[in-house]
Design a protein around this ligand. Structure first.
Ligand SMILES: Nc1ncnc2c1ncn2[C@@H]1O[C@H](COP(=O)(O)OP(=O)(O)O)[C@@H](O)[C@H]1O
Ligand SMILES: [Mg+2]
Length: 349
């Protein structure tokens, strides 16, 4: 813990060497040649001197409010195909308030909210306590602690000050939705079995939702931070279909490609509130939630990674076909190859 009990979370969003190694092994399993490329200032130069067919993008970017879109933007400018969502989606999804504006405009339920650019701005009368205070442009529950859920004005102001001071950005304040915690993966155009995270076994730890501590130490029973995971979620069939439908709509509203994971809180009256859309969800078979859902759908980690490759290749092949068609040429159908050279691009921690 640092001064003011604020934990050091600088590296929370980066993939561990073990996760990267697992993705590389899964790519090898399908016969791909893989080059590991670090997302540093040297990245554009590397691609000018090496030819690859596809980049398997897992880069979180290095800095700034649009960091997840940096590597995709470079690849777009160099005309190099890559897996997953485009730069515009990655930049948008990193801004929770902008994401919520899009969701709301599509009629997708999201908790009522207000953005605070200064900690002293007046609170909208329509917002009802308890509220949750989060940094608007972080992930991995950075800046989300149990004290982030506030029941009155004084604690709201304290949290706003902490967020604005520590993260140097606006704070997002939302009504706290008391209900089941769900996350829903989408791959291709299909929703995966829903994952439910039940935090009731963690009560003694004092953590009661998916806070930074809960994520950082998830599974550590000695700290009391071992939530119960249920996949598929303990929901009736009609509710599951409704929640999956909401995740698919959120995926499309943000323009996600290939795969995404949408975080949802299901209120007791059955309304699924979308908290955020993750177009670049973690793919670690050890500690990420997305592979839990693909495993429940019967996909091994190797098959999951290959599916993402195939989805991306098919997308680019289709784009190429439509360009040829636009110019009045003939189109030869192209099978996605399984022996391409792939560059796995990772972020610099
Ligand atoms: N409005 C809310 N109501 C209830 N819980 C929330 C709300 N917003 C966030 N949370 C809790 O905080 C966690 C992290 O919030 P989220 O918006 O998904 O940010 P991150 O990008 O850091 O994952 C959620 O998974 C949930 O447990
Ligand atoms: Mg989340």
């Amino acid at each position: 813990m640092e001064r003011d009990d604020v934990p050091c979370d600088d590296d929370s969003e980066f993939d561990s060497p073990r996760t990267i190694h697992t993705i590389v092994s899964s790519l090898h399993a399908y016969g791909h040649t893989v080059h590991l490329v670090e997302a540093t200032d040297e990245l554009p130069r590397w691609f000018l001197t090496h030819a690859v067919d596809l980049v398997f993008n897992i880069a979180e970017g290095t800095h700034g409010e649009h960091r997840e879109s940096q590597v995709p933007a470079i690849l777009e400018s160099l005309n190099i195909p890559y897996t997953g969502s485009h730069s515009i989606t990655l930049a948008l999804a990193l801004d929770k308030a902008k994401t919520k504006q899009i969701l709301a405009s599509e009629g997708i339920p999201t908790p009522p909210w207000q953005v605070f650019f200064t900690p002293t701005a007046p609170l909208h009368k329509r917002l009802e306590f308890p509220l949750i205070v989060k940094p608007n442009r972080e992930g991995s529950s950075k800046g989300i602690w149990r004290e982030s859920v506030v029941g009155r004005e004084a604690s709201l102001r304290r949290q706003l000050e902490r967020i604005v001071e520590r993260y140097r950005q606006e704070a997002l304040v939302e009504e706290f939705i008391d209900g089941r915690e769900l996350t829903v993966g989408v791959i291709g155009e299909e929703a995966l079995p829903i994952l439910e995270l039940d935090f009731s076994p963690c009560r003694a730890s004092g953590e009661f939702f998916y806070s930074w501590r809960m994520k950082e130490f998830q599974g550590d029973a000695s700290m009391g931070l071992a939530p119960a995971l249920h996949c598929p979620a303990r929901l009736d069939a009609a509710t599951s279909v409704r929640v999956q439908g909401i995740a698919l709509r959120a995926h499309r509203a943000l323009g996600c490609a290939d795969f995404s994971r949408t975080d949802i809180r299901l209120r007791a009256d059955g309304t699924p509130f979308v908290l955020e859309v993750n177009p670049l969800p973690g793919l670690s078979p050890l500690d990420s939630n997305f592979p839990v859902m693909t495993a429940a759908a019967g996909l091994s980690h190797e098959a999951l990674i290959q599916r993402i490759v195939e989805l991306a290749m098919a997308r680019y092949a289709q784009d190429a076909c439509s360009h040829v068609r636009e110019r009045g040429g003939t189109v030869r159908p192209q099978e996605p190859s399984t022996s391409n050279a792939l560059a796995v691009s990772r972020s610099a921690p």
